[in-house]
Design a protein. Structure first.
Length: 496
């Protein structure tokens, strides 16, 4: 039955689409191939999501070779949610990307662009689904190499520098992760994640386990852009094609955070990670400094993409702080913010892309009274900005309220207070831009063309699809909270 092959199809479909794009060459044909493969991957992820909810964990042995001898795909509620989130955001942004990419990337390079997109999607989905530690590294490299290429497609020369900087930082992070996996193998003789979780407590060389834990912590902090190891992110988000930025902001760092969860909760276990190793002593100060300092830095940015990039690091800080609570309520808050922030930030970058498409720049100080020219785009920016701040009835409120409640439950009231303070900073940097777009009169002495100059419908419709979903998740917060709670329970319960 095809339902039994969904784990393999989720990876194979986008992987095959990449060489097909190279063979097709024509921009429209490449886009259609990529979109069809992505849509089928969404259907596969949706099918697995409901299989897991109804029947429990899926364990798929590649080639019929049972684990631990063979490579296994392992799908529980945590990675089923991630597979659906990543594939769906990619599919929606891919629809949006057609008009955006036509304007920002040379048509002769479109086939390479869509091939790289499919490879990046393959890598991200592979990271989420694999049950083999070494395969995490393999898929991580597939996604990273294609990300470097996608960033370099930016029509600004600084995109090459941003790509190279990310290459250096990403390679260091990947090397640390590989070394950590190597030490785990040396200590346990296993790479299968289920086996690792069982063998680590009884490993002969606990020193090797400690070294592996340390290398993995640093590597995953780099890949997840956790403060202060976030240096690659701002330039990558600012100078890459805006469709790429929307895709990466909604997926790439979220997948790295998933890997952090998988290693420290499912493999090492919360008792070892946050008890014996005191991981929260390292991560919690970094998280708090990240969401306070980077929210403050975002206030002083005049480029919308750079402002949102620093905001992303701050939001990652919230997620890491939630993980450090090491409780089901804390994990639930972190996972629900991964989902909600992925949607919010994707919409924000899509709206900025619409502005770039029509105005030609994203300097906030020069967007006077933009609402009268692009009402739909500015409305989308405002709605998603309210979600980023955490206004009631938005997805951001669901996340932040869950985090504050979890911190109070643990007795960490100071964390809740600092989250509220950081949200005030978000009001300042989002509110400043909204004030310019809505109320500031144009200071341009030359007459401006009369009429509205909205972005193409092909860019607006996918953006409003995500806005509709975010409004639904905000009004009905129990939807995402229920899924996140199941995912948190799966992580804390360990491998089955």
């Amino acid at each position: 039955m095809i339902a039994d092959q969904l784990p393999a199809l989720t990876i194979v479909l986008p992987m095959l689409a990449a060489p097909l794009c190279v063979l097709a060459r024509r921009p429209l044909a490449c886009w259609v191939i990529a979109l069809c493969a992505n849509f089928l991957a969404v259907l596969s992820a949706w099918g697995m999501f409901w299989q897991v909810r109804d029947d429990g964990v899926i364990r798929y042995a590649l080639g019929g070779w049972a684990a631990p001898t063979g490579i296994e795909y392992y799908v529980d509620m945590m990675n089923a949610t991630m597979l659906l989130l990543v594939s769906f955001i990619s599919c929606v942004v891919l629809v949006y990307a057609y008009r955006s990419v036509n304007k920002s990337v040379q048509s002769a390079k479109h086939y390479l662009f869509y091939a790289a997109w499919m490879l990046c999607l393959t890598g991200l989905l592979g990271i989420c689904i694999t049950g083999d530690a070494f395969n995490v590294f393999v898929f991580l490299e597939i996604s990273s190499l294609s990300m470097y290429m996608l960033i370099a497609f930016g029509n600004d020369k600084r995109a090459l520098f941003a790509s190279f900087r990310y290459l250096i930082m990403g390679s260091i992070g990947a090397s640390f992760i590989l070394i950590g996996i190597g030490f785990l193998y040396a200590a346990t003789g296993a790479l299968n994640m289920v086996d690792l979780a069982q063998r680590i407590p009884d490993a002969e060389s606990q020193r090797a386990v400690l070294v592996a834990f340390s290398f993995l912590t640093i590597g995953l902090m780099i890949k997840s852009a956790v403060f202060p190891l976030h240096g690659w992110l701002a330039n990558a988000y600012q100078h890459s094609p805006v469709a790429v930025t929307a895709f990466l902001a909604g997926t790439a760092t979220k997948v790295s955070l998933y890997v952090l969860l998988r290693f420290f909760f499912s493999i090492f276990g919360p008792g070892y990670s946050f008890g014996s190793m005191f991981l929260n002593v390292v991560l919690l100060p970094a998280a708090v400094a990240g969401f306070l300092m980077l929210s403050l830095v975002a206030i002083f940015q005049t480029d919308l993409r750079r402002m949102l990039a620093y905001s992303s690091v701050a939001q990652i800080g919230y997620i890491i702080a939630a993980f450090c609570l090491a409780s089901q309520s804390g994990l639930t808050a972190g996972i629900v913010h991964i989902i909600n922030h992925g949607i919010i930030k994707t919409v924000l970058f899509m709206s900025v892309g619409c502005i770039l498409y029509r105005v030609g720049h994203t300097h906030s100080n020069s967007l006077d009274n933009l609402f009268h020219k692009m009402p739909l785009t500015v409305t989308a920016f405002i709605l998603s900005g309210l979600g980023l701040i955490g206004v009631p009835l938005t997805v951001g409120f669901v996340s932040k309220f869950s985090l504050i409640s979890a911190s109070m439950e643990r007795g960490w009231w100071m964390i809740g207070a600092l989250v509220l303070l950081s949200s005030l900073f978000a009001i300042v940097y989002i509110g400043r831009v909204v004030e310019i777009m809505l109320f500031r009169k144009s200071r341009n002495s030359t007459p401006e063309p009369v009429g509205r100059h909205e972005a193409p419908m092909m860019m607006l419709i996918p953006m409003y699809v995500l806005i509709g979903i975010s409004i639904w998740f905000g009004v009905s917060g129990s939807t995402t909270l229920a899924v996140a709670s199941e995912a948190a329970a799966a992580l804390l319960g360990g491998y089955q």
